[in-house]
Write a protein that binds this ligand. Structure first.
Ligand code: ZN
Length: 77
């Protein structure tokens, strides 16, 4: 897929980092809707917090399905 710097600027860019927990609009088949972010980029790798299954999703699809981003700011330092 060629990179087009002039395209996709209209999209609302969501600030997501590794370690964030995403609350999604759509539930995982196991019933949970919170996912830990393992990798960000063109594709996102997220892990279901309930059953531990890892899923790869294109960025656009993840951003569309986010209901809430939970950042663990208290951990580390
Ligand atoms: Zn699950």
């Amino acid at each position: 897929m060629p990179f087009r710097p002039d395209a996709a600027k209209e999209e609302i860019s969501v600030d997501i980092h590794v370690g964030d927990v995403l609350t999604m609009k759509k539930n995982h088949p196991c019933g949970a809707n919170s996912f830990l972010v393992l990798r960000v980029g063109m594709d996102f790798k997220i892990k279901c917090e309930n059953c531990g299954r890892e899923v790869m999703l294109p960025r656009g699809k993840v951003e569309k399905n986010i209901k809430k981003i939970v950042r663990n700011e208290t951990i580390g330092g």
